[in-house]
Ligand binder design. Structure first.
Ligand SMILES: *[C@@H]1O[C@H](CO)[C@@H](O)[C@H](O)[C@H]1NC(C)=O
Ligand SMILES: *[C@@H]1O[C@H](CO)[C@@H](O)[C@H](O)[C@H]1NC(C)=O
Ligand SMILES: *[C@@H]1O[C@H](CO)[C@@H](O)[C@H](O)[C@H]1NC(C)=O
Ligand SMILES: *[C@@H]1O[C@H](CO)[C@@H](O)[C@H](O)[C@H]1NC(C)=O
Ligand SMILES: *[C@@H]1O[C@H](CO)[C@@H](O)[C@H](O)[C@H]1NC(C)=O
Ligand SMILES: *[C@@H]1O[C@H](CO)[C@@H](O)[C@H](O)[C@H]1NC(C)=O
Ligand SMILES: *[C@@H]1O[C@H](CO)[C@@H](O)[C@H](O)[C@H]1NC(C)=O
Ligand SMILES: *[C@@H]1O[C@H](CO)[C@@H](O)[C@H](O)[C@H]1NC(C)=O
Ligand SMILES: *[C@@H]1O[C@H](CO)[C@@H](O)[C@H](O)[C@H]1NC(C)=O
Length: 565
């Protein structure tokens, strides 16, 4: 009898414990992440002081943190679709408001994001699955880089994303001040801790997102409020996570605390229990005040396309001393001093940026001799492919003393998008796109046109390849040279990286040292790029390449052509 009662008590006890545990799986709260049981992926790391760092400042990387057990969302009962979460984040970059790419809260059916890409994809999607309803991914993005291919409104916005990086609704980061009763803007990438509240009411089907600087109570009015039916998006078993990604722009992305609830409003975070926010580095002021820890490699490349020639300079600076790469010893120092480049670009001023390349920003600059240059800034620890590419260019002494004009930068070449890894042939591709752009005086993708490469091939097929030349030139160019640049541009743009010439070969062709292999518009070599359906990745990335080419670039192109004739 007593034994039976004991057993009964034991069962009741265990049942209630079980219920308590089951209920616990409906919610969690972390003030700092000491001893948290989050599942980390990519670069994510819990620092000794309790901060969760999703990424450091390595380029093109992503980091993830998941609550390790899934939550039950029942699509046939709207009430159970409700959830509420709040967390505190800080995005710290070397140059304030120049970090990237941002972070996201998301709900997904799995914790496997190996196929996803960093950069603008925020570690959540890739070119192929972006926009697919079978992703079943709901995300709120905190995006610090404007990506035109996703119709981003600016480089400081919050967006609600359903299966896609093209947001359902987005707004420039700001918060409603309860006290002042007006909106105040907020810089997501300022490095200061910011709190975000995400609340979804499954019955009302209303999705709210609210942000505010840490210590400011939740604003009475949300930044985003959108009617959304998530019954098709959230499935039975879903994981809750945070992701962050870097691209060519880099930040340390930190999380200070996080609470999530499926059975009521997320519990408020107790600010006094959060780990100390990460320090914000002092802004760069003078060349003396330059960040001492960052080691940068600076590359200035100048190319004359029509008269064929150019120059290359490599500079890197660590603290105040120059650091030499192994390959430099072999080829001799062709470098400008960091100081001169710093002056030329007015201290790498934001205003002087003319493009964002696959490996770093490109700045406009003027040397003391009044020569215009383009400076590509590459971090010293960038990947081997880039180093090889630079070494290869430097090795071309011939290029060095020719008529010095300008260069510009390129962005998001194809393999980079597909694999997230930059290679030498990636830059050759970008260079090809650049040559076509210069010769035609157009962006690679203009409204109403298929794409630049396809258009050049079309004209070539009709025996009128010169028709594509920039009309502003009024025919004042050497026909053979124009033809050479166009054909070489196509060759470099080939969808198969193996088929593209090396940068060394490119200069040899341009120099007239080596004859361009005889190619026809019908040859498979070129043809592949026109076959849109066969190589969707390439053509699509061509599109995104064009999006980032500013009108400023076109005027640069003009001057190259003017000097060229
Ligand atoms: C970022 O973290 C990874 C992995 O821990 C490391 O290999 C890399 O060097 C770090 N990058 C920087 C810039 O600290
Ligand atoms: C989902 O909700 C419906 C309607 O409330 C209910 O009948 C069903 O049992 C629920 N399913 C699960 C797996 O909880
Ligand atoms: C993760 O997904 C990739 C495909 O994207 C797949 O190749 C891999 O096997 C998956 N890993 C696990 C552990 O399921
Ligand atoms: C895109 O991501 C999905 C899902 O992670 C993966 O299965 C697929 O292989 C990826 N595609 C590419 C081209 O990497
Ligand atoms: C918004 O979300 C819905 C899913 O509820 C999706 O089908 C739709 O395509 C999205 N709209 C935009 C503009 O992204
Ligand atoms: C969302 O915001 C609106 C105000 O715009 C408010 O009426 C509603 O209660 C909020 N819903 C949630 C779930 O926070
Ligand atoms: C404040 O911002 C919200 C959300 O972007 C917007 O709907 C509202 O009109 C703004 N209010 C004022 C007074 O500007
Ligand atoms: C979840 O909501 C319930 C009901 O409002 C509340 O008692 C609990 O403290 C909340 N938990 C968290 C972690 O937010
Ligand atoms: C996390 O642990 C470290 C020691 O490992 C301690 O110094 C720190 O205060 C802890 N942080 C929190 C928020 O508990």
């Amino acid at each position: 009898m007593a034994a039976a009662q004991y057993l009964y008590l034991w069962i009741v006890f265990n049942l209630s414990l079980f219920l308590a545990l089951a209920q616990e799986e409906n919610q969690f709260i972390y003030h700092g992440f000491n001893n948290s049981k989050l599942q980390l992926g990519g670069l994510a790391k819990i620092l000794p002081n309790g901060l969760l760092r999703l990424t450091n400042t390595s380029e093109l990387e992503s980091g993830y943190a998941f609550y390790p057990s899934p939550f039950k969302f029942n699509s046939s009962s709207s009430q159970t679709l409700s959830f509420s979460t709040t967390f505190v984040f800080a995005m710290v970059s070397k140059a304030v408001n120049f970090g990237g790419n941002g972070l996201a809260f998301f709900i997904s059916p799995s914790m496997n994001f190996t196929g996803a890409v960093a950069g603008a994809y925020l570690g959540l999607f890739n070119l192929t699955n972006n926009g697919q309803p079978n992703n079943h991914i709901l995300a709120v993005e905190l995006d610090t880089v404007e990506s035109p291919e996703f119709y981003d409104i600016d480089g400081n916005h919050v967006g609600i994303d359903v299966n896609s990086l093209i947001s359902n609704q987005s707004a420039t980061a700001s918060y409603f001040s309860n006290k002042e009763e007006k909106n105040e803007t907020l810089e997501l990438g300022s490095g200061k801790p910011i709190q975000i509240w995400i609340d979804y009411d499954g019955t009302e089907k209303l999705f709210n997102v609210t942000i505010a600087p840490l210590k400011i109570p939740k604003p009475n009015r949300p930044l985003l409020s959108k009617h959304l039916d998530l019954s098709e998006v959230l499935s039975e078993s879903m994981y809750v996570g945070l992701s962050a990604a870097t691209g060519t722009r880099i930040s340390d992305h930190y999380i200070l605390g996080w609470s999530f609830n499926k059975s009521g409003p997320a519990q408020n975070l107790d600010i006094s229990k959060l780990p100390p926010p990460p320090p914000i580095p002092p802004p760069e002021k003078t060349s003396e005040g330059l960040d001492r820890t960052i080691t940068v490699l600076l590359v200035a490349i100048a190319v004359v396309l029509i008269t064929v020639g150019g120059a290359v300079y490599i500079v890197r600076k660590k603290k105040y001393e120059e650091v030499y790469e192994d390959w430099e010893k072999e080829y001799g120092p062709h470098r400008l001093s960091y100081k001169n480049l710093y002056k030329a670009t007015k201290g790498f001023k934001e205003k002087e940026i003319i493009g964002q390349g696959g490996f770093g920003q490109v700045y406009r600059g003027v040397l003391p001799s009044n020569v215009q240059i383009a400076v590509k800034r590459i971090s010293h620890n960038s990947n081997e492919g880039m180093k090889q590419f630079v070494a290869e260019i430097v090795s071309m002494r011939r290029l060095r003393h020719r008529n010095l004009v300008q260069l510009r930068g390129y962005c998001r070449p194809p393999e980079l998008l597909k694999t997230g890894k930059a290679t030498t042939s990636t830059d050759v591709f970008a260079f090809g796109a650049f040559m076509l752009e210069v010769a035609c005086g157009r962006r690679p993708m203009e409204p109403g046109m298929v794409d630049l490469a396809a258009w050049v091939i079309d004209c070539w097929k009709r025996g009128a390849i010169l028709d594509v030349s920039d009309p502003r030139l009024e025919g004042m160019y050497v026909e053979e040279q124009m033809e050479l640049v166009l054909k070489l541009g196509l060759l470099c743009s080939h969808s198969n990286p193996e088929t593209r010439p090396s940068m060394k070969q490119v200069t040899q062709y341009l120099d007239g040292e080596t004859k361009l292999p005889s190619i026809t518009p019908e040859s498979t070599v070129i043809g592949a790029i026109t076959a849109r359906n066969e190589v969707p990745d390439i053509v699509l990335s061509f599109d995104s390449l064009s999006e980032s080419i500013s009108s400023h670039t076109l005027s640069t192109v003009d001057s190259i052509l003017v000097l060229g004739r």
